[in-house]
Design a protein around this ligand. Structure first.
Ligand code: HEM
Length: 182
C-alpha cells in the first residue's frame, strides 16, 4: 500500500482522535517506537490493515466504520497532494471518479510501476448517475465508499451510493450505483 495512505492516516488519527499521542500509541501497539511513512514509498498491505485493526481496537470503533470515515477524510487532502492530476477545472465529483478509472490511476501506474492502484470502471447512466465497478485484490471497497463521499464533500455535492455486488461476499468485483443529489 502506497505511503500516501499511511501519511494521511497519521493526520486523521491526530486530527480526530487526540493529537500526536494517538498516532504514537498506535505505532507503539504495532511494535514501532518510531516510524515515518514516506509518500513516495510502498509498504506491505498487511501493515495498513494492522494499523486500522489496532486503531479500531484502541478506540473501540468497528473497523468498517473507521476505514470508511478515514476514506472520507483523506480524499480532500489527497486531491490537494495530487493537484497536478486534476487537469480539467470543469470536473465535479462524478467526472473526477470517471477520470480516476479511465486515466488517473493508469498514469499513476505508468509513472511508478511499483504502485498497484485499483481498477475502477465506470458507466455513465445520466448527468447525475454513474455505475462504478471496482476490482482490487485488496478488497478495500469500504475504504472506497468513504472516498466516494469524500469526493462529494470536496466538490460540495451530496453523493448517494448503493453497493450491489461485493467482493467481500464472494463477487468478482464490487458494483456501486452512485447518484449526485445536489
Ligand atoms: C488525483 C487523484 C488520485 C490519484 C493521483 C490517486 C492515486 C492513487 C495511488 C497512488 C494509490 C495507491 C496504490 C498503491 O497502494 O500501490 C491509490 C489507491 C486507491 N485509490 Fe486512488 N488516486 C486518486 C483518486 C482516487 C479517487 C477519487 C478514488 C475513489 C473515489 C480513488 C480510489 C482509490 C482506492 C480505493 C485505492 C486503494 C487501493 C486499492 O483499492 O487497492 N482514488 N490511488
Amino acid at each position: 500500500m502506497h505511503g500516501v495512505f499511511f501519511h494521511f492516516l497519521k493526520e486523521y488519527m491526530q486530527e480526530k482522535y487526540g493529537g500526536k499521542e494517538s498516532w504514537d500509541s498506535l505505532l507503539l501497539a504495532n511494535g514501532y517506537a518510531y516510524k515515518v511513512y514516506f509518500t513516495i514509498k510502498e509498504y506491505p498491505d498487511e501493515e495498513f490493515n494492522a494499523l486500522i485493526n489496532m486503531a479500531s481496537r484502541l478506540l473501540d470503533i468497528p473497523s468498517d466504520h473507521l476505514i470508511r470515515d478515514y476514506g472520507e477524510f483523506m480524499v480532500p487532502h489527497m486531491l490537494v497532494f495530487y493537484a497536478t492530476y486534476l487537469k480539467d477545472k470543469s470536473w465535479r465529483s462524478l467526472e473526477l471518479i470517471e477520470n480516476v478509472g479511465t486515466s488517473i490511476h493508469h498514469t499513476v501506474k505508468r509513472r511508478n510501476p511499483d504502485t498497484r492502484p485499483p481498477e475502477m470502471i465506470t458507466e455513465r447512466i445520466s448527468r447525475d448517475q454513474i455505475v462504478l465497478r471496482y476490482r482490487s485484490e485488496r478488497k478495500l471497497c469500504v475504504l472506497l465508499s468513504g472516498m466516494i463521499h469524500g469526493v462529494g464533500n470536496h466538490f460540495g455535492e451530496h453523493l448517494e451510493i448503493r453497493e450491489h455486488d461485493c467482493m467481500l461476499n464472494g463477487a468478482s468485483e464490487c458494483r456501486f450505483e452512485i447518484w449526485r443529489r445536489t
